[in-house]
Design a protein around this ligand. Structure first.
Ligand code: ATP
Length: 360
């Protein structure tokens, strides 16, 4: 009987409402369908942490994360943090970089009852997480952005073979694992970024040679963005660089019902962090109306990831039942939040998911 230690970092704004729902859903599935036990370790982060400890990412939180099997990170509303206090930092780029969480897995799946632009969509975008144009994490020291004169700004894009290899392996393994089209599309702009995107695509192609059962193809990012809007059903797993992935995963979320439907998982060789694609949504915070789907499914992906890594059929089964339960609630379309056309509160939707899991 395995025991896991998972961190709970609620984050800001709607994080305080949706993270407890995610924990409750995982607890329900684990208690009913597995023989594993979980220690939940609550850790301070974000603005509530700033108010109680003076820091948005306390050293103690960072240290503890190294001892865990994984953690759930709620959305971070760093734009509202005090601007001139070095202790009020945005924690998520630091977590992604320090824990080498190179791959960000972002699924977009349609459901018949969820208002969406297309049906029968089941795409996973695997985005490189720590380099590209993101200036807050793509340098060893300093930032990848600077202003030589007041009228000129320059941003440096970093692409490495190491991270390109890691992210494409994650994409290939996912395509193999999924019950999908067994296809990986590498999205790039090597027509312009001949060196950066060239290195990325060549590396993906090289990795694909070890996966003869997976169809590998490539797409130029602008054409891909158009095709995903017109015909998203033709894609399965997509692998791409940081900023393209950031933009395309929001586009994919928009196709299947919005940001509340966009879960995410950040993975590296040793650590895993469940983090929904959406932000902290201050506009709906405190109203108990945030859609918990993305956060619940992010936690579900974490459980499944850890289960697969440890070859733990019991954890995998619990994760599968979270998916079955949540699909049941979406398909019945009664206890869903306003963004999905319903009138349920965050808590009510969470309760309905737990009951659906109990009744499988
Ligand atoms: P960030 O840049 O931090 O990712 P953002 O600018 O993309 O944040 P969000 O905080 O994600 O912005 O919010 C964008 C819109 O989506 C808002 O109108 C918000 O209310 C809505 N939204 C985000 N998450 C959810 C959710 N879980 N349920 C319902 N609506 C949501």
């Amino acid at each position: 009987m395995a025991n896991y230690r998972f961190g709970v970092l609620k984050g800001d704004d709607i994080g305080l409402e949706i993270v407890p729902v995610a924990v409750q859903v995982i607890k329900t599935a684990v208690e009913k369908y597995s023989d594993i036990t979980i220690d939940w370790v609550e850790l301070p982060i974000g603005y509530p942490s700033y108010l109680s400890t003076g820091e948005t990412l306390p050293e103690e939180t960072l240290r503890t994360l190294y001892s865990l099997d994984g953690w759930i990170l709620g959305p971070i509303g760093h734009m509202a943090y005090p601007k001139n206090d070095p202790k009020a930092i945005n924690p998520h780029p630091i977590l992604r970089r320090d824990f080498d969480l190179v791959s960000n897995i972002r699924p977009a799946k349609s459901y018949p009852t969820v208002p969406s632009i297309h049906q029968n969509v089941d795409i996973v975008i695997v985005r490189e997480n720590n380099e590209g144009f993101q200036p807050d994490r793509n340098m060893h020291k300093g930032k990848g952005e600077f202003m030589p004169t007041p009228d000129m700004a320059m941003s440096v894009r970093v692409i490495t073979k190491r991270n390109s290899e890691m992210v494409s392996r994650v994409a290939m393994d996912l395509a193999r694992q999924r019950n999908g089209k067994k296809k990986v599309t590498a999205v790039h702009k090597n027509t312009v970024f001949k060196l950066g995107c060239g290195l990325f695509v060549d590396t993906c192609r090289g990795v694909s040679k070890a996966y003869p059962d997976i169809t590998f193809d490539t797409a130029v990012v602008d054409t891909f963005a158009m095709q995903m809007v017109m015909n998203p059903q033709k894609f399965d797993v997509v692998v791409t660089t940081n900023m393209f992935g950031d933009i395309l995963s929001d586009e994919a979320a928009g196709i299947v019902g919005g940001l509340g439907m966009a879960p995410g998982l950040c993975v590296g060789p040793d650590y895993v962090m469940a983090q929904a694609t959406h932000g902290s949504a201050p506009d709906i915070s405190g109203k108990n109306i945030a859609n918990p789907y993305a956060m619940v499914m992010s936690a579900q992906m974490m459980l499944s990831w850890v289960g697969n890594k440890k070859n733990d059929a019991s954890a995998i089964k619990a994760a599968e039942n979270v998916q079955t339960g949540i699909e049941k609630v979406l398909n019945e379309n009664v206890f869903v939040t306003p963004d999905l056309g319903g009138t349920a509160s965050t808590e009510e939707m969470g309760k309905a998911i737990c009951e659906a899991i109990q009744s499988i």
